[in-house]
Design a protein around this ligand. Structure first.
Ligand code: ADP
Ligand code: MG
Length: 326
């Protein structure tokens, strides 16, 4: 089982940012309204994620670190109805196999909590402690027992960039959750958690960019789209400028980005990307999120319909703005 965890870790834990993604997804799945993230040295020394979610029962804490012990899926059919971000029950065991992990969790505000420590897959302690409701995960010295992997890590700055990407995507996906992110003691991001997407965009990209964006809103029986997109004159060179979220999950999807670009193109030739956040909602049977282990790629069962829907929605939004240069 130790070996299985190490092998799974190779898939789940590529770098500190992949650990952070799993920890934040767990906090979101636990219904957190606040998620506080801190990191040291690009996450290579330390990653900490604290939430105010449901917490983990004391008796379940060890189980949470055992492979497939906690899969959120009950039956095969459920795969198509995934409401939670996590569903494989592999992340925590994988992370604990390649790092020093401490988890403190409480399911209520009685003050009583449980704390577990696992280092490189070895249980160090599992005992009662005191903490408020929610879960705190601390992951130290990632890859301390797999030096070959550690060698592949880039500079602190590069790893920090990946950590920021993970936080930004989650914060954009969930404006109703208050996020903070600190690195080496410096607060880098704070979102209000009041449900207002524009305020999250402002916190990430700056107030003036956020102010200049226009609202995209459209629905048909299969799809709904909600988001913010830049005026055609406000563009960026970086294709990361377009954030695509499907049913609350960040994905890379040309099936969404291409029709968005197409919609802009018909109004004005554009060789750069508009800053945009696009939330698409659809019945889970219309999208397969299980294509890639990191769950960034998806397949759509009615892709051409989706493309047409996105293009029309963006066209309607952008052309409704009177001051497009002619
Ligand atoms: P998965 O998310 O795929 O179920 P994980 O290994 O990520 O598997 O987590 C294992 C289990 O531990 C989860 O199913 C959940 O029950 C519990 N868990 C992990 N993190 C948290 C958290 N922050 N709050 C509450 N429960 C958590
Ligand atoms: Mg998970």
């Amino acid at each position: 089982d130790h070996l299985a965890n190490q092998i799974a870790a190779g898939e789940v834990v590529e770098r500190p940012a992949s650990v952070l993604k799993e920890l934040i997804e767990n906090a979101v799945d636990a219904g957190a309204s606040r998620i506080d993230v801190s990191a040291e040295e690009g996450g290579l020394n330390l990653l900490r994620v604290a939430d105010d979610g449901t917490g983990i029962q004391p008796d379940d804490l060890l189980l949470a670190f055992q492979r497939h012990a906690t899969s959120k899926i009950a039956t095969g059919k459920d795969l198509f109805q995934i409401a939670t971000l996590g569903f494989r029950g592999e992340a925590l065991p994988s992370i604990a196999a390649v790092a020093k992990v401490k988890c403190v969790s409480a399911t209520d505000d009685s003050g009583l909590a449980q704390m577990i420590e696992i280092e490189g897959g070895t249980l160090i302690s599992n005992r009662e402690t005191n903490a408020p409701k929610g879960t705190e995960m601390v992951v130290k010295d990632i890859f301390f027992n797999t030096p070959a992997r550690l060698k592949y890590m880039k500079t602190i700055q590069t790893e920090l960039g990946h950590l920021s990407d993970v936080i930004y995507r989650q914060a954009l996906a969930r404006p109703d959750i208050a996020f903070t992110f600190s690195h080496n003691g410096n607060l880098l991001l704070r979102t209000p958690g009041n449900g207002d997407l524009r305020q999250v965009v402002a916190a990430i990209y700056g107030t003036s960019s956020a102010k200049a964006m226009i609202e995209v809103k459209e629905e048909n029986p299969d799809y709904s789209i909600y988001g913010l997109t830049a005026l055609p004159i406000e563009t960026r060179a970086n294709r990361n400028a377009v954030t695509v979220l499907i049913n609350g999950r960040f994905v890379r999807s040309q099936a969404v980005v291409q029709p968005l670009m197409q919609a802009y193109h018909t109004l004005l030739p554009l060789h750069r990307y508009p800053l945009a956040v696009i939330n698409l909602k659809m019945h889970p049977t219309l999208v397969d999120v299980n294509v890639h282990p990191a769950k960034l790629e998806v397949r759509f069962s009615k892709e051409s319909e989706l493309r047409a829907f996105v293009e029309t929605a963006i066209k309607n939004t952008v052309s409704s703005e009177a001051y497009i240069p002619s």
